[in-house]
Design a protein around this ligand. Structure first.
Ligand SMILES: NC(=O)C1=CN([C@@H]2O[C@H](COP(=O)(O)OP(=O)(O)OC[C@H]3O[C@@H](n4cnc5c(N)ncnc54)[C@H](OP(=O)(O)O)[C@@H]3O)[C@@H](O)[C@H]2O)C=CC1
Ligand SMILES: O=C(CO)COP(=O)(O)O
Ligand SMILES: [Zn+2]
Length: 333
């Protein structure tokens, strides 16, 4: 069964229509899950809880019985945490992104840790363009990384279908690839005036492709495995590196598209084009810009295939030498 949002509002001052949307959904008592930097956007007198004060493994479900819905208001972590609580309680989830840093805004999955797991798509998405376009530029740059990643995600999915017979949804793959190509073309050929709004629309559409496929496959391939491997190593070595999900995925896409190019002449120039689009929106394209050591990039590339059981261009893993070659040829290191 495909579940997609019932109401999607992408406009200036959309946040002031939250109570109207709740009324249409016959919801009266939501709990807002938000963060300390984004609470200022909670323009309603509902109960609030900070996501960094919730232990998602231990939270007491009965504490939440009095609410009929959950609102996730903020960046990716606020939205992910709200989505998870709503799912565990079996009540509707409304997504109110305050920035456009990844497609968790609309996706049915929770990706707080790996492997991500399927919950349910938000019943409503309220994207206030005034708030989002004023959000930190770095977050809006990171969002581009989580869109270009659809290109390599779809290439990996096709490869898995061809080489190991994995199930493949042509419709969600074409949808996902088109979203990314459209935004790349816009970014490379415009003055970026409409970028925040186009980015939000692309991320919401990307999240919907995940609902259609009932899997993150259309939006998450080898480039995400690389990003998750970085997250794993940052935790293992207790590194205080605050690179964002979208930033890591953008750099992963530069390298994974290069790997695909090596096997498919028709893709020549793809990695360069992706890099240019990331540069145009000031997203990082090198390890240095991510403030990540070259050795960590190489180690992440060599363990990425082990992060989850997902067949990609990495197949059963690449050597340290191959990893170094890819990272050097794409000027990531
Ligand atoms: N479910 C899915 O499909 C996916 C989910 N994710 C999730 O997203 C997370 C990463 O999200 P990301 O947004 O990159 O990082 P964060 O959620 O950590 O947000 C980064 C920072 O930006 C702040 N912020 C957000 N909006 C604004 C604003 N308008 N003004 C000022 N500050 C703002 C946040 O504030 P505050 O401190 O208030 O939170 C936070 O401090 C991952 O950890 C994962 O959980 C990622 C990809 C896909
Ligand atoms: O980040 C995501 C899609 O952009 C979620 O994908 P994962 O399933 O790899 O966590
Ligand atoms: Zn992502």
């Amino acid at each position: 069964m495909i579940v997609i949002p019932r109401y999607i509002l992408i406009k200036e001052n959309a946040i002031y229509q939250t109570t109207d949307i709740l009324k249409k959904l016959n919801l009266k008592n939501p709990l807002v899950i938000t963060g300390k930097n984004t609470k200022k956007y909670c323009k309603f007198d509902f109960d609030i809880q900070y996501y960094d004060e919730i232990d998602i493994d231990e939270f007491e479900v009965s504490k939440y019985y009095k609410y009929d819905s959950i609102i996730g208001l903020g960046g990716g972590r606020a939205i992910d945490t709200g989505k998870l609580i709503a799912y565990k309680l079996g009540i509707p989830f409304l997504s109110i992104p305050t920035t456009a840093s990844n497609d968790g805004i609309a996706s049915p999955i929770v990706s707080i840790r790996q492997p991500s797991f399927m919950t349910e798509a938000p019943i409503a998405i309220i994207a206030d363009i005034n708030i989002i376009k004023k959000s930190p530029k770095r977050l809006l740059s990171a969002g581009m990384g989580d869109i270009v990643s659809n290109i390599t995600a779809v290439l990996d999915w096709k490869l898995a279908h061809r080489e190991i017979g994995e199930e493949y949804s042509e419709s969600s793959a074409i949808f996902s690839k088109t979203i990314a190509k459209e935004l790349i073309d816009y970014v490379l050929n415009s003055n970026l005036e409409e970028y925040p709004k186009k980015l939000v629309k692309s991320l919401i559409a990307s999240g919907i492709t995940i609902s259609i496929a009932h899997s993150s496959r259309p939006a998450s391939g080898s480039e995400h495995l690389f990003s998750h491997a970085l997250d794993h190593l940052k935790k293992e070595y207790d590194l205080k590196i605050n690179s964002l999900h979208g930033e890591q995925c953008g750099i992963g896409t530069i390298m994974m598209s290069y790997l695909h190019e090596l096997e498919n002449e028709k893709l020549k120039g793809l990695s360069e084009k992706i890099k240019l689009s990331l540069k145009k929106v000031n997203a990082p394209t090198t390890a240095k810009e991510l403030e990540i050591d070259e050795d960590l990039i190489i180690e992440a590339l060599t363990i990425a295939h082990k992060i989850r059981n997902r067949y990609t261009i990495l197949r059963h893993g690449i050597s340290k030498e191959k990893a170094k070659e890819i990272a050097e040829k794409t000027e990531v290191i």
